[in-house]
Design a protein around this ligand. Structure first.
Ligand SMILES: *Cc1c(COP(=O)(O)O)cnc(C)c1O
Length: 476
């Protein structure tokens, strides 16, 4: 900078830009380098100067005192993690796109504990030699479900794949036409079966399947019979399916393993919490299933995992499949799953200890109290153009459980006081503004309003504390 220039003068030509070294002498950038390392600050300074050069060539002006700010902003943007906590106010409790289950506190602690150090993941401490990963989980699953044996893998899709590939490679597998489910695009039972090497034999009709249909399918000498829990839809009207008990008996007569993919399998009867019934793993096994597969991060409320529980000889064969190695759990999830399963030994405490179950069983009065506080806070902050109201709504369990049953819940509803057409855009803008908050808030647009379902919001402060930084869109 020569004498004629002052720090307040904007830079007009590329030659007026400082060098990287010169820019780095700014005291703020020196402090920043101490904190985050010089390399990434220099990288950001280069990027800022290059952007500056482009903007000057395009005829722009640059405020020289702002250059260091731009560098700091660049560094901040580059160091913020891409995976961030959000508030799930969509009303779908087990939301796959939002990471499904929020883990029980003991599971979080278990992860932290094993993350930092070596652990006896696959090491038998008594014998001083190689042990089994499943040893940390199997006895708990066995005692909770009554299965003879169990193994846990990456997710339930992997569990199903393993069962099919181990027991039914190049062989027939009858499945009811009413159960050829697709769960969120990438899990389609017919596709998984093909990839696992199994040959699908479709049985019965979409709405009705009878025992004699399965009896006829036995002529194909199937490797196993698969029953999939039709978890994300309901076939209603003139329907019929074969009860598990009868299908199991038929399979036993033909010495064919009967496998049940429960998906969102639960270990406790949800009716105990005032929720609609969802088939439990125990029920499927008692009805005669030889193997049951279910997810760790759906109703179980633990980390992502897929569990195969059932006959010891079949589980032993599954463990020997090389794919089992490809689908195995790491130490973090073994620890989290073990800690989650341990909570099921105290079923009366589950609605306190397991967040998924706590939210599903949350009393309406408690949800309403949070809604009242949030609505009052938003109403104070909102420009008069917005109407804020507490409104009844329905939550969903999500991830395939109980498709036809909705859970009564309470929402805060935002409606712009403008024409309907304009409102549509304003609602989209509102949803986007909530997603742009420091802790993004994910709601739902529908019926001419923006809805924030309060079922999963533990306290009103989590939302209200950041509402001052909310940029209210103006309905036009
Ligand atoms: C969810 C589900 C799956 C897939 O489980 P992931 O844990 O998501 O891999 C498979 N089958 C059924 C019936 C399901 O509900």
């Amino acid at each position: 900078m020569n004498k004629a220039e002052s720090a307040a003068d904007p830079i007009a030509l590329p030659a007026g830009l400082p060098s990287v070294d010169r820019l780095m002498q700014d005291s703020r950038l020196a402090d920043l380098s101490d904190r985050v390392g010089r390399t990434c600050v220099v990288e950001a300074a280069r990027a800022v100067l290059e952007e500056g050069r482009q903007s000057l060539l395009a005829g722009g002006r640059i405020d020289r005192v702002r250059l260091a700010d731009s560098v700091a902003a660049h560094v901040a943007a580059a160091t913020v993690s891409s995976i961030r906590p959000v508030l799930n106010l969509t009303g779908t409790v087990i939301h796959t796109n939002l990471g499904r289950a929020s883990l029980p506190e003991v599971a979080v602690e278990a992860i932290a504990q094993v993350a930092r150090q070596p652990v006896d993941l696959e090491f038998d401490l008594a014998a001083g030699k190689r042990g089994s990963r499943d040893s940390h989980l199997e006895s708990q699953i066995v005692s909770l479900t009554g299965a003879e044996a169990a193994t846990a893998v990456n997710n339930n899709a992997a569990a199903v794949m393993l069962v099919l590939n181990t027991l039914a490679n190049r062989r027939a597998v009858p499945v009811s036409r009413g159960e050829l489910v697709e769960i969120g695009g990438s899990f389609r039972l017919p596709d998984i079966m093909r990839r696992a090497g199994a040959r699908l034999v479709e049985v019965g009709a979409t709405n009705r399947t009878h025992l004699k249909d399965f009896d006829e399918a036995m002529a194909a000498r199937p490797a196993l019979v698969l029953k999939a829990h039709t978890s994300n839809y309901a076939v209603i009207g003139f329907t019929g399916s074969v009860p598990e008990r009868e299908l199991a008996a038929l399979c036993r007569r033909h010495a064919v393993p009967f496998c049940v993919d429960l998906g969102s399998g639960t270990l406790v009867d949800l009716e105990r919490f005032g929720l609609p019934h969802e088939p439990t793993v125990q029920e499927a096994l008692t009805s005669g299933a030889d193997l049951v597969t279910f997810s760790g991060d759906k109703l179980l409320g633990g980390p992502q995992a897929g569990i195969v529980a059932g006959r010891a000889d079949l589980v032993a064969r599954i463990r020997k499949n090389p794919m089992h190695r490809a689908f195995r759990l790491d130490k973090l999830r073994v620890a989290a799953l073990e800690a989650t399963l341990a909570l099921y030994r105290q079923p009366e405490k589950l609605t306190e200890t397991v967040p998924t179950l706590r939210w599903l069983a949350r009393p309406l009065s408690e949800i309403r109290a949070v809604a009242d506080d949030v609505a009052a806070g938003l109403d104070r902050a909102a420009p008069s153009i917005w109407r804020v109201a507490v409104a009844d709504c329905f939550s969903q369990i999500g991830s395939g459980a109980l498709p036809a049953e909705a859970l009564p819940s309470v929402a805060v509803r935002l409606t712009p006081q403008a024409g309907r057409k304009a409102a549509g855009r304003a609602l989209g803008d509102t949803a986007a503004a909530f997603r742009a908050l420091p802790v993004p808030v994910i709601g739902r647009v529908g019926e001419g309003a923006f809805w924030l379902d309060m079922r999963c919001l533990e306290t009103p402060e989590l939302l209200l504390d950041q509402i001052d930084s909310f940029a209210w869109p103006a309905p036009t």
